[in-house]
Design a binder for this molecule. Structure first.
Ligand SMILES: Nc1nc2c(c(=O)[nH]1)N[C@H]1C(S)=C(S)[C@@H](COP(=O)(O)OP(=O)(O)OC[C@H]3O[C@@H](n4cnc5c(=O)[nH]c(N)nc54)[C@H](O)[C@@H]3O)O[C@H]1N2
Ligand SMILES: Nc1nc2c(c(=O)[nH]1)N[C@H]1C(S)=C(S)[C@@H](COP(=O)(O)OP(=O)(O)OC[C@H]3O[C@@H](n4cnc5c(=O)[nH]c(N)nc54)[C@H](O)[C@@H]3O)O[C@H]1N2
Ligand code: SF4
Ligand SMILES: [Mo]
Length: 691
């Protein structure tokens, strides 16, 4: 058995340091525990992070596959990569945008950067995006609007210093367990307020639970601002000295009383939120806010609440809860929405710098960032002829997934994954990638801390690391894009050098520094600096906006859900996470896919009822779990079941392109056919296991 190797959990974006030990015989991770010496978590870890790392309930891919006569059959790397680069070269010659690339927040920084270089530089396609847009894009836009740069200004250091904690549209008890422990520890001497239509595990732990109507968050946030103004709670000195746009933001504030009614809450709820904001407050939010056609506006309205009440600085601030382990790193370095270092996509200096570093003509870089994943899927099989997915499972994860999956059959699909997935089943070529414990690199957690990811086991025969595969594909399309087998450390140095002088300056980071310190937060512009609270300028503030002030949002309230309930579809379907599942469930679900459970209020359905959940896009057989935690009129499905997204709506936020996963109109229809297996749900075929 190998010794304990320090590395970082790749499950959620809390970013806990782990100690992992490789298996005695063959490959695989034998045991995992929290790393007491890691600066982020000091030994804490959650049980699911540990068990999914050590023992994923999924079928490993163990060699490349190609489709022959309709079947996926094993082949060699040379054949697989040859087919991929040939298909890409032909499509690229016709039109660079004919190749689509979909990345992920579950890759190392090195692989994410390399994928961006391959997509934007070697291929030069605008059709490049990542599952992070399904997740954080609304928060990203709101941060840019407010601060001129992405990412939360605060960090975990602020959690124990906060007096009140407001958790809005997030369920960290389930999704970010270690962070939630710090929050509840801190709230023991203060207050925890949770805003969620559902009585979640987080809401159960709260002092106050505010239960708005699904999708009423913007109305509610504006009602709170109106109440803050009405009750004289504005921090006028802060607003005057460090912000702009307050008067405009207040110009069309709703009448607080009427807004409360519209949001389905009591005036006392709004008072509770305003009173929490009187203290030193951290305002966290999650997918209940971001995954909405009004996600950017709502996230902006939450930041407004912090600005208006002076909740910026130690122990306070707006704190979006990033989901995937390296969603943040993807935002910094993957050239998806901006150039490395979070530089604006149309910043001419940044474009020139990137083109020079990559050795490509600046004209090769696409002019815009593309239409977002949902827009890309509309082009799949049409403008997009070849699609390359890396560490993402769109056949199950996209909204209106049955349609998305169908489109996958209309392109030449290259699926790069560690496991057999719903997407793999549609692939023309499957590239088996190394996963947790098998490859080297770095990851960046939600509070900007960069930490090493290390291999604790040998690379299994037949698989290659993501970085190695990406380099091979890119070199096949445009020779010389990468070294033949690039070293992660060299790619890290190339990437961090490109961020020098940018708002997300990581140029002071190196593997040596990370090895010494355990983990380091960006901005890190030199070998010593690491910034905890961003935008500080002595005792004052220097935001990345043109004026240097923070900006209030201008999001005009729009109360219509993209798909309101109707006579035929009288219920609102929402979707969320469970402790023992992860996203589309590939790593946590196991081979069998049981009939999903739909949670419904006892007023709407009885426990054990066999039903079909129907929306305008599809129907899924399910069994009811009657649950008073779900309000009447709402249905709740887990996102970990591959059938769930057959029902969801592909409407997106016009600013962020993030889908409205959290509300669509649905109905329950009793099932009398006796069938136990949902005819529409995808089932996983069993592939080969490698270990
Ligand atoms: N166990 C586990 N942990 C995870 C993951 C996982 O799959 N499983 N995934 C990771 C990823 S990628 C992400 S993005 C994060 C997500 O973490 P969260 O954002 O916490 O996850 P969700 O459960 O999708 O949604 C949060 C809450 O939004 C609420 N909600 C639904 N509609 C509304 C609404 O209209 N208004 C409000 N205010 N709330 C609403 C839901 O009831 C739910 O409790 O978790 C990360 N951690
Ligand atoms: N209805 C509904 N749908 C949602 C959401 C919701 O709240 N509701 N949430 C959305 C959100 S926030 C997210 S982040 C997306 C996620 O959506 P997806 O990206 O589609 O789903 P995941 O299950 O996270 O897929 C990650 C894939 O990466 C693979 N993988 C893991 N590690 C590695 C690795 O090291 N290398 C490679 N190559 N592959 C690897 C896994 O096997 C898995 O197949 O889902 C979105 N979909
Ligand atoms: S809280 Fe997140 S990062 Fe920490 S061990 Fe659990 S899944 Fe991993
Ligand atoms: Mo996510």
């Amino acid at each position: 058995m190998t010794g304990w190797v320090p590395t970082t959990c790749m499950r959620c974006a809390v970013g806990c340091g782990h100690l992992q030990r490789g298996a005695d015989l063959g490959n695989g991770v034998d045991s995992v525990r929290g790393d007491a010496s890691h600066p982020t978590n000091r030994g804490l870890a959650c049980q699911r992070g540990v068990s999914e790392t050590a023992d994923p309930a999924a079928t490993f891919l163990s060699r490349p596959l190609v489709r022959r006569d309709g079947e996926l059959v094993p082949t060699t790397w040379d054949v697989a990569l040859g087919k991929v680069t040939e298909a890409m070269r032909v499509a690229h010659e016709r039109d660079p945008d004919a190749v689509g690339v979909l990345g992920s927040g579950q890759q190392t920084n090195e692989a994410a950067y390399a994928l961006g270089k391959a997509a934007r530089g070697a291929l030069g396609t605008r059709h490049y995006d990542a599952n992070t847009t399904l997740c954080m894009a609304s928060a990203v836009n709101a941060y840019y609007d407010a601060f001129g740069s992405d990412a939360p200004p605060c960090s975990y250091e602020d959690v124990p210093k906060a007096e009140s904690h407001v958790v809005w549209g997030a369920n960290p008890a389930v999704a970010h367990p270690v962070l939630f422990r710090w929050v509840t520890d801190s709230a023991r001497d203060g207050e925890l307020v949770v805003v969620d239509p559902v009585e979640t595990e987080s809401a159960e732990a709260a002092d106050v639970h505010v239960q708005p109507e699904p999708g009423a968050d913007l109305t509610l946030a504006r009602a709170v601002l109106a109440h803050v103004v009405e009750t004289g709670r504005v921090d006028e000195a802060f607003v005057e000295a460090h912000t702009e746009g307050f008067d405009d933001a207040c110009a069309d504030l709703p009448d607080a009383e009427a807004a409360c009614e519209a949001a389905g809450v009591e005036r006392a709820d709004v008072e509770a939120l305003a009173s929490a904001l009187d203290a030193r407050t951290l305002l966290y939010w999650g997918m209940g806010v971001n995954q909405s056609t009004r996600g950017t506006a709502t996230a902006g309205a939450l930041i407004d609440l912090c600005l208006a009440t002076g909740n910026l600085g130690e122990g306070t601030g707006p704190f979006s809860l990033t989901g995937q382990a390296n969603s943040m790193g993807t935002r910094v370095c993957s050239s998806k929405g901006g150039w490395p270092g979070m530089c604006d996509y149309d910043d001419l200096d940044a474009r020139a710098r990137v083109a020079e570093a990559w050795g490509v003509d600046v004209a090769r870089l696409p002019d815009d960032t593309g239409p977002g994943p949902v827009g890309m899927f509309e082009a799949v099989g049409d403008d997009i002829e070849v699609l390359w997915t890396v560490a993402t499972n769109p056949a199950a994860g996209m909204p209106d997934a049955a349609d998305a999956a169908e489109r996958l059959d209309d392109v030449f699909l290259v699926a790069q994954d560690a496991f057999h997935t719903e997407t793999v089943e549609h692939a023309d070529v499957v590239l088996p990638a190394a996963t947790w414990g098998e490859s080297e690199g770095t990851t960046t957690n939600m509070e900007r801390t960069v930490s090493r990811v290390r291999a604790v086991t040998d690379l299994p025969a037949g698989v290659r690391t993501d970085l190695d595969i990406i380099a091979a594909v890119a070199n096949g399309v445009r020779p010389g894009t990468f070294e033949r087998h690039p070293e992660p450390a060299a790619v890290f140095d190339e990437m961090t050098a490109l961020t020098a002088g940018t708002p997300a300056d990581c140029s002071g980071l190196s593997y040596d520094r990370l090895d010494d310190a355990g983990a380091v937060r960006w901005p890190a512009p030199d070998a010593e600096t690491s910034v905890a609270y961003r935008y500080r300028d002595g005792d004052g503030w220097a935001f990345e906006t043109q004026s240097g002030d923070a900006r209030f949002s201008t999001g005009a309230p729009d109360d219509d859900l993209p798909e309101p309930t109707s006579e035929s579809y009288p219920l609102t379907l929402t979707t969320g996470r469970e402790s023992d599942g992860y996203n589309t469930g590939v790593r946590s679900r196991g081979g069998e896919t049981a009939v999903p459970t739909v949670r419904a209020n006892p007023a709407d359905a009885a426990d054990g009822d066999r039903v079909t959940v129907e929306t305008r896009r599809g129907s899924v057989a399910a069994v009811v779990a009657a649950d008073p935690a779900v309000p009447s009129g709402v249905l709740w499905l887990s996102i970990h079941h591959p059938a769930t997204n057959r029902l969801t709506l592909p409407a997106v936020d016009p600013r962020s392109a993030e889908p409205n996963y959290k509300q669509c109109a649905a109905r329950l229809v009793p099932r009398t056919d006796g069938a136990d297996v949902p005819e529409t749900s995808a089932t996983r075929s069993t592939g080969e296991a490698s270990d």
